[in-house]
Design a protein around this ligand. Structure first.
Ligand SMILES: [Zn+2]
Length: 159
C-alpha cells in the first residue's frame, strides 16, 4: 500500500506518547478492510483454525511491509458506529500505524486520530457501562470517544 500524498507528512518513525509510528493511512485505506461479522461467521462455519495460513490470509493485511491484524473490536466499532467522538464531535482523520514503545516485536496496529483544537487526539473505544460496573466487552457496550472525553469520564483507557 502506497503512502498517498494526501497523508499528513511526517518523518517516520517518530515517537508519539507511548507509541512508535511508522506510517499514516487515510481512513478509506483501513476501515474497509476491517474483518466484518460476515467474515467472522465464515471463519466459524469453515472451522478455520486461528493462526493457520488461511486464517492469516483472511484476517491480516499488509501495510508498509508489515502484516497487521484487522480483527479487533475497536476497528469493528469504528467500521460500524463511525469515527466521531460521541461527546465532543471530533472526527477521526487518519490512522497511525504504530506499536508500543516497549514492544520488541515488529508487530504494528492502527490507532485512529483526530485533530482537536489544533492538537492530535487519539480516538478510543469507550465502555458505555464501565467494566468496573459490570459492563461487557461487546460492541453494544462500546461507543466512540476521544481520549480527552474518555479521560474526563474517568474511565481507564483500554487499548
Ligand atoms: Zn471527545
Amino acid at each position: 500500500m502506497n503512502l498517498n500524498k494526501d497523508v499528513i507528512m511526517k518523518t517516520f518513525p517518530f515517537i508519539h506518547g507511548q507509541y512508535i509510528r511508522i506510517a499514516e493511512y487515510k481512513i478509506e485505506d483501513v476501515l474497509p478492510f476491517v474483518v466484518s461479522d460476515r467474515i467472522m461467521r465464515y471463519i466459524k462455519e469453515h472451522k478455520i483454525k486461528k493462526g493457520s495460513p488461511e486464517y492469516i490470509k483472511i484476517t491480516e493485511k499488509k501495510y508498509d511491509g508489515h502484516m497487521v491484524k484487522m480483527m479487533s473490536q475497536r476497528y469493528q466499532l469504528f467500521a460500524k458506529q463511525g469515527i466521531t467522538c460521541v461527546q465532543c464531535g471530533v472526527v477521526g482523520q487518519y490512522f497511525g500505524l504504530e506499536k508500543n514503545k516497549n514492544e520488541e516485536r515488529e508487530r504494528y496496529h492502527f490507532n485512529l486520530y483526530g485533530i482537536k483544537d489544533g492538537v492530535e487526539t487519539l480516538i478510543t473505544k469507550d465502555h458505555i457501562l464501565p467494566k468496573s460496573k459490570g459492563g461487557k466487552d461487546t460492541l453494544k457496550n462500546y461507543q466512540v470517544m476521544c481520549f480527552e472525553c474518555n479521560s474526563l469520564k474517568g474511565d481507564e483507557y483500554e487499548d
